[in-house]
Design a protein around this ligand. Structure first.
Ligand SMILES: C[S@@+](CC[C@H](N)C(=O)[O-])C[C@H]1O[C@@H](n2cnc3c(N)ncnc32)[C@H](O)[C@@H]1O
Length: 228
C-alpha cells in the first residue's frame, strides 16, 4: 500500500525577513550540495558535522502531526529511513508503535540522541546508524514513513529504494511518503520528484496508491522556505 501526500510549494510568505532567511538557507543549500557532490555518501555526515542541515525543521513534520491527530497511522513497527535529528521518530513512538530511525550519519545520530534524551516515550524508539540500502532487520515493518529521504538520494538509487521499501515492509504494510520538491528544478539534493517517479519504482513490487493528496500544512511552516 502506498499513501502519498503531495506538499505544494506555496506557503504564506511576505514576512519581512523571508528574503533574508531565504538567502541564508540558499547559501547553506549550495554548500551542502557542494559537499554531497564531492562525496555522495560520506558527505551527509560532513553536512551534519558542519551544521549544514537546511532540511531540519527542528520539530516533527506538521503533516505527520496531522496524521497522528487523525489517528490514521497504522500501528505496530514503524521505520523512518534517513531520520536525521529524529523529530518524526519521537513524534510517532508510543505504546502502540515501536519506531526505528535509520541514519547513515554518525553526527545525525548524535543529534537525535541529544534531541530525544528527555523523551518520556524513549522505550518506544531506537536510532540505528546504518545504510538503508544494506541494512537487514530481524523483523519487518507495518509502516514506513519517508520524508525528504527519497528526494535526498541520487535518482539512480531510486529503483533500489523501491526494492528496499518492498523488502522491509510486511506484505500488508503501508508506505507514507511526502512528495517534495515537486517543482521543476535541476540537480539536488533535494532532487525533484513526481507521482510518476514513485510509481516507476513501486509498481513493479505490487504497490498500489490508496491516497495521493495535496497538503498545504507543512510548507507554510517550513523554516527554510522554498528550498529544502
Ligand atoms: C534531507 S535529510 C532528511 C532528514 C529527516 N528526514 C528530516 O526530514 O529532517 C536526509 C537524511 O538521510 C540520511 N541518509 C542519506 N543516505 C542514507 C542512507 N543510505 N541510509 C540512511 N540514511 C541516509 C542523511 O544523513 C540525512 O540525514
Amino acid at each position: 500500500m502506498m499513501t502519498t501526500t503531495n506538499q505544494k510549494m506555496e506557503g504564506k510568505r511576505g514576512e519581512e525577513n523571508h528574503s533574508k532567511n531565504s538567502t541564508l538557507s540558499s547559501s547553506k543549500v549550495e554548500k551542502m550540495q557542494g559537499i554531497l557532490d564531492e562525496d555522495s555518501t560520506g558527505g551527509w555526515d560532513k553536512c551534519w558535522e558542519q551544521g549544514l542541515t537546511p532540511w531540519d525543521l527542528d520539530q516533527p513534520t506538521p503533516v505527520l502531526l496531522q496524521l497522528l491527530d487523525k489517528e490514521t497511522l497504522p500501528k505496530g513497527r514503524v521505520l523512518v529511513p534517513g531520520c536525521g535529528a529524529g523529530h518524526d521518530v519521537i513524534a510517532i513512538a508510543n505504546p502502540e508503535r515501536y519506531v526505528v530511525g535509520l541514519e547513515l550519519s554518525e553526527n545525525a545520530i548524535k543529534r537525535a540522541i541529544e534531541v530525544s534524551s528527555s523523551s518520556p516515550n524513549a522505550k518506544y524508539f531506537e536510532f540505528i546508524e546504518t545504510d538503508f540500502f544494506t541494512w537487514r532487520p530481524t523483523e519487518l515493518f507495518d509502516l514506513i514513513f519517508d520524508y525528504t529521504f527519497f528526494c535526498a538520494i541520487e535518482p539512480r538509487m531510486r529503483a533500489s529504494w523501491g526494492k528496499r521499501i518492498h523488502e522491509l515492509l510486511k506484505p500488508d504494510g503501508e508506505l507514507i511518503t511526502l512528495m517534495f520538491p515537486t517543482d521543476d528544478r535541476d540537480g539536488g539534493p533535494p532532487y525533484k520528484v513526481s507521482v510518476a517517479d514513485y510509481e516507476e519504482v513501486l509498481h513493479p513490487w505490487g504497490f498500489k496508491a490508496t491516497s495521493i493528496t495535496d497538503n498545504e500544512l507543512a510548507v507554510g511552516r517550513r523554516r527554510v522556505c522554498d528550498i529544502f
